[in-house]
Ligand binder design. Structure first.
Ligand SMILES: *Cc1c(COP(=O)(O)O)cnc(C)c1O
Length: 360
């Protein structure tokens, strides 16, 4: 079997050209006679890899100089604790709960202080983004927290919440580098890389410098203090060196593709193919309020569990894999990240049309 179209929500599809490049460099990276996997993180060769990766993501996202880019371990989930430990000076934070990942972050923050749920879309199984133009922001909140793209439910904040001057912290795991962003609107913007950037096992946290201090909650481990990693250029301890290397390749791929404006154009084009079909289909329908639809994660159902299962199985036989919805929602979900080619979405839509004709 050759390569499939992989619609997994994460770990997810990577650009084929990047995979080929890292395969070519597997035994001998750039004349060093060794793989990046075997290389000291203190070597000049690796220092160049991490420096270039940082420079390239700074270019891509136009990251202002007063932000640090940290390559950390523990996944996005570790940030659920690291954020309150480092930012909760008043021990108060406001959370907008638009899905399971935001809910987990909200629950974790309760361990460290008063976490307020100031808005939620749980009443309608997280199928929309609440109006965040005039929320009851706590006067003493240390930050306001969102999950910007909800991987499981397929919603996305199209407009950032009005935080009434408070710092905004955003989990962008599943929309990282999918379109241009204005980093200066965030205090922290972070995401696990295994959705839209690289292999699993790393999170990139872009943190405004004034928030990186020694004044963290008592008992905060050295490894969970932003300052530890910021002071050491993400090399306090052994980082996920191979992952940094692959992410660096993806940054170069994104630049060669034309950067984030071009990715946005491509992602809109791909998502439109699928949403237009869903809106016209008699068998399949989308589950999200149209104005809040994600460009990255597209959940859909037939309304019949057995039909859903049949679809997922037959699609897999046709080389369209990992279309089963999250276990908490059921149905289907197509994740169409940066590295999913337009041909993959076209193949999916063609297959859905054929399946509809055969089964309606
Ligand atoms: C996948 C995901 C997470 C969890 O990531 P881990 O790296 O497994 O901890 C958190 N937030 C969002 C939005 C995700 O999609």
């Amino acid at each position: 079997m050759g390569r499939v179209y992989n619609f997994s929500a994460g770990p997810a599809v990577l650009p084929e050209s990047v995979l080929k490049e890292v395969a070519e460099e597997m035994l001998d990276y750039n004349g060093t006679g060794m793989s990046v996997m075997e290389m000291s993180h203190r070597s000049a060769a690796f220092q160049q890899i991490i420096d270039e990766a940082e420079r390239d993501i700074r270019d891509l996202m136009n990251i202002p100089d007063n932000y640090k880019v940290l390559f950390l371990q523990g996944g996005a989930s570790q940030q659920f604790a690291m954020i309150p430990m480092n930012l909760m000076k008043n021990r108060v934070a406001d959370y907008i709960v638009t899905g399971q990942w935001a809910k987990k972050a909200y629950q974790e923050a309760q361990k460290y202080g008063k976490a307020n749920k100031i808005a939620s879309s749980e009443d309608k199984t997280f199928s929309y983004i609440p109006d965040c133009s005039d929320l009851p922001i706590s006067p003493d909140a240390d930050y306001v927290y969102i999950c910007e793209n909800n991987t499981i439910y397929g919603t996305k904040f199209k407009k950032l919440p009005n935080t009434k001057g408070k710092d905004l912290v955003a989990d962008v795991s599943s929309c990282f580098l999918s379109e241009p962003v204005d980093v200066s609107k965030y205090a922290i913007i972070y995401g696990g890389v295994q959705k839209n950037i690289g292999p699993a096992g790393m999170v990139i946290a872009i943190v405004r410098e004034d928030l990186i201090t020694e004044e963290v909650l008592p008992g905060t481990p050295t490894m969970l203090t932003y300052k530890t990693h910021a002071d050491a250029g993400s090399l306090y301890n052994t980082p996920n060196a191979y992952c940094i290397y692959v992410c660096g390749k993806v940054f170069k791929w994104l630049k060669a593709m034309g950067g984030l404006e071009e990715m946005k154009r491509r992602n809109e084009e791909k998502a439109k193919l699928l949403y237009d079909f869903l809106d016209s289909s008699k068998l399949f329908h989308g589950t999200v309020v149209p104005k809040d639809r994600s460009l990255m994660n597209v959940p859909f159902v037939t309304g019949d569990k057995e039909m859903d299962a049949k679809f997922v199985k037959e699609a897999a036989s046709a080389g369209l894999v990992n279309l089963k919805g999250h276990r908490s929602v059921g149905g289907m979900r197509a994740s169409i990240y940066n590295a999913m080619p337009k041909e993959g979405v076209e193949a999916l839509v063609a297959f859905m049309k054929k399946f509809e004709e055969e089964n309606l």
